[in-house]
Design a binder for this molecule. Sequence first.
Ligand SMILES: *Cc1c(COP(=O)(O)O)cnc(C)c1O
Length: 354
Amino acid sequence: MRYTGLIENYRDRLPVDENTKLISLGEGNTPLIRLENIPATLGKDVDIYIKYEGLNPTGSFKDRGMTMAVTKAVEAGSKAIICASTGNTSAAAAAYAARAGIKAFVLIPEGKIALGKLAQAMIHGAVIIQIKGNFDDGMRLVKEVADHAPVAIVNSINPYRLQGQKTAAFEIIEELGNAPDYHCLPVGNAGNISAHWMGYKEYFDDSKATNKPKMVGYQAAGAAPFVKGAMVDNPETIATAIRIGHPQSWGLAHKVQSESNGWFDSLTDTEILAAQKLLTEQEGIFCEPASATSLAGAMRDIQTGKIPEGSKVVCTLTGHGLKDPDTAISQCASEMININPVMSEVRDAILNNM
Ligand SMILES: *Cc1c(COP(=O)(O)O)cnc(C)c1O
């Protein structure tokens, strides 16, 4: 049967009925890839699976939430949606608004959005409002303006977003036959980790799984309010998708941590970029910097034994590497070989680098 998106696939578990017009781009159903080389380099006997959310239609997991949020906005008669974004939410909002024939307004932090994401929001025809401020400023403004203009908020404070995003947990349980022991995610606003926990609990309660994972949230060291236990006013990290100091799902995420016996931790930008590069070089999987935070954290916790041998671990790779070409190239630029257009120089380049 033709796969036509996650709402159709999980219709009975989502707040839609037979009259709801679905706004879908075929999102969800992303690959769960078992890592073959990295576990050996760690010298530990663990199963690590990557949930490759970068293969959603606009290149991030935000599509799972956006298909629901835009479907419900259209059902309610909205002609326009609005979001604050570090990039991927605006890309998804722009695409799903185009699909629905409605308008998208996106507030982005000036100069702090990865090039691919900006290109997406622009080419889909969103109205882009750059603010002299960060994501947290944008979020505050979006909440305020929604009372003064006819726009539906499609940030993760919109409950339909989390409903859509919980389906990633369903897919993982269906593929593994049960929930993993640990599920590691990068955390910004903490909507996604909360949505996954909802999904795991729902399948557990309906006896579709006999276990629930410990949920582990990793942040960038310069933007780690959950690790600090307090909001951060000037978050900084190269992982722009999680450059958030005032998370919107603060309470939900703490509940996830205590209910699942999980934890929060942070990684430096250097550790994050090293994990991104390791994954591309050792496994052939390209994710954006923020996404690599999940693997960077999992690797550290496996190495220290906090995640014990014999565990089954799922790491969500939230967004595709092509979202942020600048960061990828700047990591590797010195490795390029420059030659004259003659065969002997090509040959030498090959023989010197075998
Ligand atoms: C949005 C996003 C995150 C953070 O997700 P939250 O639900 O805000 O915690 C992480 N990585 C990428 C690539 C994202 O786009």
